[in-house]
Design a protein around this ligand. Structure first.
Ligand SMILES: Cc1ncc(COP(=O)(O)O)c(C=O)c1O
Length: 392
């Protein structure tokens, strides 16, 4: 059957992260590998009540086919949340999707021809490389500095290559935890206004800020933008709901592409989430998540300080779920991974997150789906393994 598969399938890597997650899922492994929210934050009782409420009061509507764009009250609610944060978005410009992952797939379907250029951060979210990669573009990667991408390189790439898309995760980036400064957001907005490149601004972690000041989306500074959002990190990923914000013409094409994909996202879960978000105190829920993740992040940083050699560098994110570690010299994170797996500790070697020229001495640590006992034991074992590799 080998020669029957489409060429595009040979071009995308299988998700190394998913492969690792299969191993890391085993109960005796301490895993910093996945990108999972902490299940203790899931509003199970509230969802039980919301589900019964919807079935009892609007069962026929919830279980019927519905519109591609999504449940109107939920689109309105997303729009209201944006306006509270100073961004005006009409509900008609919001398309409810099957997680923001489907947002990436639909944007790629609507915009990309084979060999189009797509700019990505270096490193970037692996599953975005997969979603875009199926449409066979040329990726060009822009170095990520501590306050966002290198804007000089971004400018010259935009001017030289006229890329169609620039994919960016400005808040608590996956995998590095880095956030763009306000100044960089403004510079990028201005740059995009002067060019045709469209920003795909992926923001699943924006509301999980536990330190520092909230910053506006880059979309605030440019209309050349498609903004993606998600309920995965603020409610629960299993409901598979997210959204795309796009202007009228793009919205029209996205709706057509979504009809071809799945007609519409799960209407039952859209109604449940809407009920949940209107009946319960979501701000209180978010505060609980932020406090939990902050405590876990602080403890992981404390343990890294205590157990890793001094020449290991790491980011200290102000939100989100990940921190990014750079090992000394040319120490390979993949080799470290093999070593720590013997001790039943998992993480993701950084090379999975590069579209080209991987920096092999990097790795990603997830702190949200853990607890202090596991963090202490896991980081201590990693520290010992790093020292061992250093001494070889
Ligand atoms: C940067 C980024 N974008 C998109 C997604 C996909 O999220 P969703 O569950 O909304 O599809 C993730 C999930 O981890 C992510 O890290």
């Amino acid at each position: 059957m080998n020669n029957l598969y489409a060429n595009r399938m040979s071009k995308i890597p299988r998700s190394f992260v998913r492969e690792i997650l299969k191993v890391a899922d085993e109960p005796d492994i301490i895993s910093f590998a996945g990108g999972l929210p902490n299940p203790d934050t899931f509003p199970e009782e509230e969802f039980a009540e919301s589900t019964s409420y919807i079935l009892e009061n609007s069962g026929a509507e919830a279980l019927q086919y519905s519109t591609t764009e999504g449940y109107e009250p939920l689109r309105k609610l997303v729009s209201e949340r944006y306006s509270k944060n100073g961004l005006s978005v009409d509900p008609k410009n919001i398309l409810i999707t099957n997680g923001s992952q489907q947002g990436l797939d639909l944007v790629a379907k609507v915009f990309l021809n084979k060999d189009d250029t797509v700019l990505v951060e270096k490193p970037t979210y692996l599953a975005a490389l997969q979603a875009f990669g199926l449409f066979e573009p040329n990726f060009k990667s822009i170095p990520l500095l501590n306050d966002g991408v290198d804007v000089d390189v971004l400018r010259s790439q935009i001017e030289e290559d006229s890329p169609k898309l620039f994919y960016s995760i400005p808040n608590f980036q996956n995998p590095t935890g880095i956030s763009y400064s306000l100044e960089k957001r403004k510079i990028i907005g201005k740059l995009l206004n002067q060019n045709e490149t469209i920003l795909v601004e992926d923001n699943p972690y924006g509301e999980i800020r536990f330190m520092g000041e909230n910053l506006p989306p880059i979309k605030t500074f440019t209309d050349n933008s498609i903004l993606l959002g998600s309920f995965s990190k603020v409610v629960a990923p299993g409901i598979r709901l997210g959204w795309i914000v796009a202007e009228d013409e793009t919205m029209h094409h996205l709706v057509t592409a979504k009809q071809a994909s799945d007609l519409h996202s799960n209407f039952f879960s859209q109604m449940i989430v809407h009920h949940y978000l209107t009946k319960y105190d979501v701000e209180e829920h978010l505060s609980m998540i932020r406090q939990m993740y902050k405590d876990q992040r602080d403890f992981m940083v404390e343990m890294i300080k205590l157990h890793f050699p001094d020449d290991v560098k790491y980011t200290q994110p102000e939100g989100g779920m990940f921190l990014w570690v750079t090992l000394p010299g040319d120490m390979a994170a993949m080799e470290l991974f093999e070593r720590t797996m013997e001790d039943k500790v998992a993480f993701v070697p950084g090379e999975a997150f590069y579209s080209d020229d991987p920096q092999k001495n990097t790795l990603r640590l997830n702190f949200s789906n853990s607890n202090n006992t596991k963090i202490e034991e896991g980081i201590k074992k990693m520290g010992n393994a790093i020292r061992e590799l250093k001494s070889q």
